[in-house]
Structure formats: C-alpha cells, structure tokens
Design a protein around this ligand. Structure first.
Ligand code: 4NP
Length: 148
C-alpha cells in the first residue's frame, strides 16, 4: 500500500499526516509506503513548520527529518491513494489528473467532505489539527488494512 498525503504548503498538515501514519504503520509492521507533497512549491526542500514539528514531538512523533515536496503528475502512478486535506487541494490535484484511473485515487483525508483546517496563520490550531489527523490516521489504517 502506497499512500500520499497532500496539502498546500507541505509544511503544516500533510507532514503531520505523513509522520503519524508512518509511525503507526511501522509499529504494526504493515510495510506500507507513506509520503507527502504540497500543491504549492514555495517550501520545497524545507523541513515542516516548527509548530508542526513541536506538536508532533509533544505527542511522541518525530517529523523533523521530513522535507517538503511539490506534487507532480508522476505521483498519480506512484501511489495507491492520494489523500488531500481540503477542497482546494482536491481541485488542484484533480486538475492534473489525466483519466478516471488517476482521479479515483484522490480522496479527502477526512470523512464526509470534512476538511482539515489550515493552521498556518493561527498557532492555537496546531494541537487540534494534530489530534484530528492522528485520530483519522488510526481509522484509516483499520479501513485500509483489509484492502492491502
Ligand atoms: P499546509 O499549510 O498547507 O498545511 O502546509 C500552509 C503552509 C504554508 C502556506 C500555506 C499553508 N503558505 O502560504 O506559505
């Protein structure tokens, strides 16, 4: 199973989703490949936002070694699932898809059309965003295990 987490900058939300998911799947010995990318390219090669690194560390996850990448078309074929944080990410990723095969891999990370709020402009959002992402990662593992 290969899963790509996508947000706008690839420094706040999707690095959390990547780091948490990788930690949890490794704990369970699942052997899945987890990565992340951003639809924007401003932060390429940079570490995650210090606030994401800090909240992850508080809860026992190390995301400090991850580096931002820019989403590109090759990623449609490289991953089984492309999980996006909000509707803008969904639109931007789907715009690059060539066909139904690629489009059907792209889903919102959360359930029922919910979006993960962008915490970039509000320090207080990092902890609730972390908790929401951690909870959903645990759920996703249960949902996807039977399919792997
Ligand atoms: P992210 O948050 O999409 O969760 O990584 C953002 C990070 C940076 C910017 C916007 C959102 N930015 O405009 O630079």
């Amino acid at each position: 199973m290969k899963i790509l987490m996508v947000c706008l900058g690839n420094i706040c939300r999707s690095p959390l989703a990547e780091g948490i998911m990788r930690h949890l799947v490794d704990e369970q010995g699942l052997g899945w490949h987890i990565a992340s990318a951003g639809t924007g390219d401003w932060h390429v090669n940079q570490p995650a936002d210090r606030r994401s690194i800090a909240v992850a560390k508080n809860f026992g996850y190390d995301i400090s070694k991850q580096r931002a990448r820019h989403f590109n078309k090759q990623m449609f074929d490289a991953y089984d699932y492309i999980l996006v944080m909000d509707q803008n990410n969904l639109r931007d990723v789907l715009r690059l898809a060539d066909d139904h095969e690629q489009r059907k891999k792209v889903k919102l990370f959360l359930t029922e059309e919910n979006e993960v709020t962008d915490p970039y402009f509000d320090d207080r959002l990092f902890e609730p965003v972390f908790l929401e992402i951690e909870e959903r990662c645990k759920q996703l593992i249960q949902e996807l295990k039977p399919l792997s």
